[in-house]
Design a protein around this ligand. Structure first.
Ligand SMILES: [Zn+2]
Length: 348
């Protein structure tokens, strides 16, 4: 529950205020470097939550998700505190890189240390100053460079709280994900701070569907925890949940002709793509190993033997999967749904 004063770095933030603050980070050579943060505090008591993005400096959808989210007038009815961090990796984004200038992946450097590498120091500042002060969090990602993800939540399905958060977010897919050593998620798990990851779209691109599902998802989670007014209409968007997925790798090197798209259902042994040898008429088939849904794919039409080309989530009941996924194909969340969030009257 919220204290009257929330302290982040040298800032003391009162209830009922909206603040943009900048945390000091290690300088980029001679240039002063800051971590910009927006803190929204409702007058009324409620949980404290962080929404972060661009922990990988080339994963940009989350920046736009946070920009649109923070403009919603429904936030005038906020109970509790939201800490928005649109770009954690302020160094990587300068060169449109996933990594830090020291070539480290920030999301493998938690809990970090004040005496460690640059990325390790930033991990410690981010966790100590922001994440550790929160009751739960949402971390926004996209697929890695030259790959795209069908919108999906990755979390621990064995944790009741994160499973609930994942369901109410209403991304089309929920995928169980093991904890990686040094990741923010692993540290949050250890410290008892529930966190879900939203993975959607491609690195270095904005994807409208992913952005809309993301903004809507954050609102849905906040509603679930009474931080925003609840709505009592049953949603038609029901996520598919699985703990089983596999990357399909190129059987040979060549040029890829894709047959199936992100979000498509595929049957066991169904051809997803062909790999053509550029200098002969030889063609190889890339097949699905099981019934499932394509949740990730390479965006490069070339493959080296062994390259990961398609990420397929396993679902045994394909008819059911197709029904649920179909909704997300047709309805990308109409703009009118966001207009409704703007029109809600301010009563507090
Ligand atoms: Zn990422």
């Amino acid at each position: 529950m919220s204290n009257d004063i929330l302290t982040i770095g040298k800032y003391e933030i009162k209830r009922g205020t909206s603040n943009t603050i900048e945390l000091d980070l290690p300088n980029l050579y001679n240039t002063p470097t800051k971590l910009p943060i927006k803190v929204l505090r409702g007058k009324k008591d409620g949980p404290t939550v962080f929404v972060s993005a661009t922990i990988h400096g080339d994963e940009l959808n989350g920046i736009e998700i946070i920009r649109r989210f923070k403009k919603l007038s429904i936030l005038k009815r906020l109970k509790g505190t939201i800490i928005l961090v649109p770009v954690i990796n302020v160094y990587g984004i300068l060169t449109l890189s996933r990594y830090f200038p020291d070539r480290r992946d920030l999301n493998r450097c938690f809990p970090g240390s004040t005496r460690g590498s640059l990325a390790s120091r930033v991990a410690k500042i981010f966790f100590d100053e922001i994440v550790s002060k929160c009751d739960f969090g949402i971390d926004l990602h996209t697929a890695a460079i030259h790959r795209s993800n069908f919108p999906q939540i990755r979390t621990n399905l064995n944790n009741k709280v994160t499973l609930k958060m994942a369901k109410v977010f209403e991304a089309p897919i929920i995928l169980h994900s093991e904890l990686l050593q040094g990741s923010l998620r692993a540290l949050c798990d250890e410290k008892g701070i529930p966190i879900i990851l939203y993975e959607a779209g491609e690195a270095l691109r904005f994807d409208e569907k992913s952005i809309r599902i993301g903004v809507n998802g954050i609102v849905n989670v906040l509603r679930e925890y009474n931080m925003l007014p609840k709505v009592f209409k049953k949603s038609k968007r029901i996520p598919l949940i699985t703990s089983n997925s596999q990357w399909i790798r190129a059987v040979e090197s060549g040029v890829i002709r894709t047959i199936k798209a992100l979000g498509d259902t595929v049957q066991e042994d169904e051809v997803i793509a062909y790999i053509d040898e550029a200098h002969s008429d030889t063609t190889f088939e890339l097949k699905s190993p099981f019934d499932g849904v394509i949740i990730g794919k390479s965006e490069i039409p070339l493959a080296q033997e062994g390259d990961a080309i398609f990420h397929i989530a396993k679902f045994n009941d394909l008819e059911n999967a197709e029904g649920k996924i179909g909704y997300f194909h047709e309805d990308v969340i109409e703009q009118s749904e966001f207009d409704e969030l703007q029109d809600e009257k301010t009563i507090e």
